[in-house]
Design a protein around this ligand. Structure first.
Ligand code: NAD
Ligand code: IPM
Ligand code: MN
Length: 351
C-alpha cells in the first residue's frame, strides 16, 4: 500500500461540493491500485477571512509545505473582494511553492456535444501550459489621486528570462511527448516590451527542440482559431493572463468550464504541487448540489499521475469518458438534470 498525505483546501462555494466528489473517486480507484490517501483539511476560505480577518493563518504555507500535494476546490465569495481572497490564499501558494507551470488539458469527449461546429470528439485534445507565477499578475504598480479626475492605476507586468525559459521548455518537452506541435500565445504587435522578449525566448528554446514544430499567434487571432478550428492545437504556451483566458475558452469550446482540470506544478518537486479545477467557486449555483464535478475529478486524475499512479489516473479519465459516451447522465451546465452526487455515483460504476 502506498500512502500519500494531501493538504485539502475545499475553499468556497462549489469547491465544497466538487472536492468531496473527487475524494470518493480517489478512494475507489486507490483501493483498486493499493494507493491510500490521508487528508489534512484546512478551512482556509472567505468564511475564515470574515471570521478571523485572514484567508489562512500567518504560518499557513508552513503547515502545508511538507504534504505530497495540495488539493484545492475554489476560492472566492461575495462579500470579500476577489483580489483580497485570491492574493490571500491561492496566489501565494502558487508563488511560494514555485508552481510555475499551470497545466490545463482539454478534450472534446464523445457524447458531449460541443457548441462549436468544428470541435469534434477525438480531434480536440490540447493542453494550455500557463505561466503561473509572474507576467501580468504582479503587485508592482499602484493607484493615485483616488476620487480625483486625475485618478489613475498602473500595473506592471514582469517577464524574466529564467521564468519564461523554464515554462517554455516545459511546453516544448510536453509537446515532444504528445503530437509534436507547440503554439506560443503572444501580442508583440501591441505590447512592445514584454511580449517581444517572450517571442525571442520562445525562438531560442525552439532551437533546442528541433523535434517540435511551432508557431506563434497573437492572442486575439488565437482565440478566434481556438473557436473555429480547435483540433489544430496540441500544446499552447502562454503568459499568466493569456493562459488563464485561453483555458476557460478551450474548456467552453469542449462543452463548459465545469469539465476543465488544472495542475499547478513545481516540476523540480522542491515543493508540493497544487491541483484544482479551472473553474471558480460559482456563487450563482453554490449550495444547490448541482455543480459539475468532472473538472475536480479529472484534476484528481492529474494528481494521481503526478504522484506516480499513471494507470489509476487513466482509469479515472476513462471513467469520465465512459459516462459521457455511454450514458446521458449530465449535470445541468451540460444540459442534464443530474446532481453532483448522481453524476459521481454513475462515474463510480464505470471505474
Ligand atoms: P466561475 O468559474 O466560478 O463561474 C463562471 C460560470 O461558470 C458561472 O455561471 C458558474 O455557475 C459556472 N460554473 C463554474 N464551474 C462550474 C461547475 N463545476 N459546474 C457547473 N457550472 C459551473 O467564475 P467567476 O464567476 O468568474 O468567479 C466566481 C468566483 O470564483 C470569484 O470569486 C472568482 O475570483 C473565483 N475564482 C476562483 C478560482 C479558483 O479558486 N481557482 C478560479 C476562478 C474564479
Ligand atoms: C484561475 C483563476 C485565478 C487566476 C483567479 C481566481 C485569481 O481564474 O485559476 O484560473 O486567474 O489564476
Ligand atoms: Mn481562470
Amino acid at each position: 500500500m502506498t500512502s500519500h498525505r494531501i493538504a485539502l483546501i475545499p475553499g468556497d462555494g462549489i469547491g465544497q461540493e466538487v472536492v468531496p466528489a473527487a475524494l470518493t473517486v480517489l478512494e475507489a480507484v486507490g483501493n483498486r491500485h493499493g494507493v491510500s490517501f490521508t487528508y489534512d483539511e484546512f478551512d482556509w476560505s472567505c468564511r475564515r477571512y470574515l471570521d478571523e480577518g485572514a484567508m489562512m493563518p500567518a504560518d499557513g504555507l508552513d503547515q502545508i509545505r511538507g504534504h505530497d500535494a495540495i488539493f484545492l476546490g475554489a476560492v472566492g465569495a461575495p462579500g470579500v473582494p476577489d483580489h483580497v481572497s485570491l492574493w490571500g490564499l491561492l496566489i501565494p501558494i502558487r508563488r511560494q511553492f514555485r508552481q510555475y507551470v499551470n497545466l490545463r488539458p482539454i478534450r472534446v469527449f464523445d457524447g458531449l456535444e460541443s457548441p462549436v461546429r468544428r470541435a469534434v470528439a477525438g480531434e480536440v485534445d490540447l493542453v494550455v501550459v500557463r505561466e503561473n507565477v509572474e507576467g501580468e499578475y504582479s503587485e508592482i504598480g499602484g493607484r493615485m489621486n483616488r476620487g480625483f479626475p486625475e485618478e489613475l492605476a498602473v500595473q506592471e507586468a514582469v517577464f524574466t528570462r529564467a521564468g519564461v525559459t523554464r515554462l517554455v521548455d516545459y511546453g516544448f518537452s510536453l509537446a515532444a511527448r504528445r503530437r509534436g506541435y507547440l503554439t506560443s500565445a503572444t501580442k508583440s504587435n501591441g505590447i512592445v516590451h514584454t511580449l517581444p522578449f517572450w517571442d525571442e525566448l520562445v525562438a531560442e528554446r525552439a532551437a533546442e527542440h528541433p523535434e517540435v514544430r511551432w508557431d506563434q499567434e497573437h492572442i486575439d487571432a488565437l482565440c478566434a482559431k481556438l473557436v473555429l478550428d480547435p483540433g489544430r492545437f496540441d500544446v499552447i504556451v502562454g503568459s499568466n493572463l493569456f493562459g488563464d483566458i485561453l483555458s476557460d475558452l478551450a474548456a467552453a469550446v469542449a462543452g463548459g468550464i465545469g469539465i476543465a482540470p488544472a495542475a499547478n506544478l513545481n516540476p523540480e518537486r522542491d515543493f508540493p504541487s497544487m491541483f484544482e479545477p479551472v473553474h471558480g467557486s460559482a456563487p450563482d449555483i453554490a449550495g444547490r448540489g448541482i455543480a459539475n464535478p468532472i473538472g475536480a475529478i479529472w484534476t484528481a486524475a492529474m494528481m494521481l499521475d503526478h504522484l506516480g499512479h499513471r494507470e489509476a489516473a487513466l482509469e479515472v479519465e476513462s471513467a469520465i469518458a465512459g459516462v459521457l459516451a455511454r450514458t446521458s447522465v449530465r449535470t445541468s451546465d451540460l444540459g442534464g438534470t443530474a446532481s453532483t452526487t448522481d453524476f459521481t455515483k454513475t462515474l463510480l460504476e464505470f471505474l
